[in-house]
Write a protein that binds this ligand. Structure first.
Ligand SMILES: [Zn+2]
Length: 461
């Protein structure tokens, strides 16, 4: 089966080119000047559209256990919603529970995802129980294609690791060439602020933001960078939200340290004012780190331009407002942490192009090419080039759409961007050569998506 994508504007990290793309089976066979390629079974007219490598969302949490409930999207619903939004690969997190092994955790997550995904997927491993056995198992994870390990400086008693535990895991990451991903917030200090707020009767959602000040993200980020420097480990700061944390990352990068960071659309577009919405509405915006005062957004956009922020992921971790977010009425500490977003990352960052914040090349780079390289998937993913997987998005940059829970495909009962007007929309999506979204119709299927064994990070000095 050969598909010719004709008349479009092909996007890459170096800019734009008028070109036709020939897909043969699951991979891209050729990219050529318009009109050169002719033979195909199907022709997709891409006139007036961008043709870009499918989005890679390197931070999602499908059916993740949290505080006695599970995030609302399964691998089936979550990857289908991702496909609708032009994302053709997700990297999700397997979560080690205390007292269990990494390999049994990985088996469990394979069981959850196998046969359910609409698009290709990989796993990172959350390490929450550092001991000799776990450290040894990090080697087996790398061999099994899971080359990145997430740790937490937040959530004492749940995922939290001490500095000593982090140091030991980083030493193992250095030995294996793997990446440590860090949730950098000072959870010990935060827990005191949370307890004080609750003791004083301040239980509303905005307190979630006020008890997690940006300085405590900046401090934890600096500490993680120091531990990475001492051990020589590559470090990737997840969901960076605060100017203070960005400054720490920029400083380390200027010194040549292997430190990278991602941010998420919610930190670019939403703020603590959303958390302060009345009648418990703010609960919809509870995620950690919290939404920040608006002035941080300007710094984050700048970080995306300067590459101090290399990647945009979603931290997609949806909980329904009804019955799930509501667990925390009167006690913000009981609101499940997380927001939906996997479907709208490509659109929201294209909106950044429309607004003049980033270039088209940077859109593709932060949302597809860099995540592929960062997590050992390039050039199979993240680029339109001969031999690469035919994960391709056709995007109409002039179309108008309005984001709403009534029309989105995520299994969650609200949208964090309800009513937001977006210029641009996905029109067609190919996953490994199969047309899975086209003209407002879904043609994908659960189980089409395959597990991706990942190599090591391709950016290390
Ligand atoms: Zn996360």
């Amino acid at each position: 089966m050969r598909i010719l994508i004709k008349g479009g504007t092909v996007l890459s990290t170096t800019g734009v080119a008028e070109a036709d793309v020939l897909v043969d089976g699951e991979t891209i066979a050729a990219v050529a000047a318009p009109g050169v390629l002719e033979q195909a079974d199907t022709v997709l007219d891409a006139t007036g559209r961008y043709v870009l490598p499918g989005g890679i969302d390197a931070h999602t949490h499908m059916e993740m256990p949290f505080g006695g409930t599970f995030s609302a999207d399964t691998f089936e619903t979550g990857t289908r919603a991702a496909a609708w939004g032009g994302t053709t690969t997700v990297i999700d997190f397997a979560v080690q529970a205390k007292g269990t092994s990494l390999m049994s955790t990985l088996d469990k997550w394979h069981e959850k995802a196998d046969g359910d995904c609409a698009i290709d997927y990989g796993f990172h491993m959350i390490v929450s129980d550092v001991n000799d056995a776990t450290l040894k198992e990090m080697e087996s994870c790398v061999d099994a294609g899971v080359s990145s390990f997430k740790m937490f400086m937040a959530y004492p008693g749940v995922f939290y690791s001490t500095d000593g535990e982090i140091l030991r895991a980083m030493q193992k990451a250095t030995d294996t060439g793997s990446m440590i991903m860090m949730h950098a917030e000072n959870g010990i200090a935060i827990d005191q602020l949370v307890a004080q707020a609750l003791a004083e009767g301040r239980g509303e959602p905005v307190q979630h933001g006020l008890t997690r000040p940006p300085e405590l993200e900046g401090e934890a980020t600096s500490r993680a960078i120091t531990l990475a420097k001492v051990t020589g480990a590559p470090l990737y700061i997840v969901h960076l939200s605060a100017a203070q944390a960005l400054a720490a990352v920029a400083g380390a990068r200027n010194e040549g340290q292997n430190v990278f960071a991602e941010t998420c659309p919610q930190y670019l577009y939403l703020s603590i004012e959303d958390l302060a919405k009345p009648d418990f509405e703010g609960a919809k915006y509870v995620a950690s780190p919290p939404l920040r005062p608006k002035e941080h957004q300007r710094d984050l956009w700048r970080g995306l331009r300067t590459n101090d922020l290399s990647v945009v992921s979603t931290d997609h971790c949806p909980f329904c407002f009804k019955d799930q977010k509501e667990l925390g009425r009167g006690d913000f500490a009981k609101i499940p942490n997380g927001m939906p977003g996997v479907e709208h990352r490509m659109d929201l960052l294209h909106q950044g192009v429309v607004a003049g914040e980033i270039s088209l090349a940077r859109w593709v780079e932060t949302c597809s090419t860099t995540p592929a390289r960062m997590f050992g998937l390039y050039p199979r993913k993240g680029v339109i080039a001969p031999g690469s997987d035919a994960d391709i998005v056709l995007y109409d940059p002039a179309a108008e759409q309005t984001i709403s829970a009534r029309t989105h495909h995520m299994a969650v009962d609200y949208s964090a961007y309800e009513g937001m007007r977006i210029t641009g929309t996905v029109t067609t999506v190919l996953s490994r050569g199969r047309i899975i979204v086209d003209g407002g119709e879904y043609h994908g299927s659960a189980g089409h998506g395959r597990f991706l064994t990942r190599d090591l990070c391709q950016y290390l000095n």
